[in-house]
Write a protein that binds this ligand. Structure first.
Ligand SMILES: [Zn+2]
Length: 115
């Protein structure tokens, strides 16, 4: 009977940071109150969406999302957010996992431990 190696790691499911909590998908949720247009039923909203809309931008339309330029989903400064089409975005992330440059397709050097 296999044991140990496949045990789920629950420790990263829900982390807290000042002013908000980090959801299991890695995005930060902050308390905005249930009246907020971006709020979920518990009165929380994704910080990156709140920041984006507070800067005067419309909510990303269906099929679009906000990419974190430095790949840190907890860094929700407006300058770190880029509106991207979902398909393009996912292809770029896949390319990154394969260590291929999304623009040139060239294999990049391994960046172990890089953020
Ligand atoms: Zn992204």
């Amino acid at each position: 009977m296999p044991r140990g190696e496949n045990a789920p790691r629950a420790s990263r499911q829900h982390r807290w940071k000042p002013g908000g909590s980090i959801a299991s998908n890695g995005y930060v949720k902050i308390r905005v109150g249930k009246d907020h247009p971006l709020a979920d039923p518990n009165g929380y909203a994704y910080e990156h969406l709140v920041v984006w809309c507070a800067a005067g931008n419309p909510r990303p339309p269906k099929g679009w999302l906000l990419h974190h330029a430095n790949e840190d989903k907890t860094d929700n400064r407006i300058g770190n957010l880029e509106l991207k089409r979902r398909g393009v975005h996912n292809a770029e992330h896949l390319a990154a996992e394969n260590r291929r440059c999304p623009r040139t397709g060239r294999l990049l050097p391994k960046m172990r431990g890089a953020a």
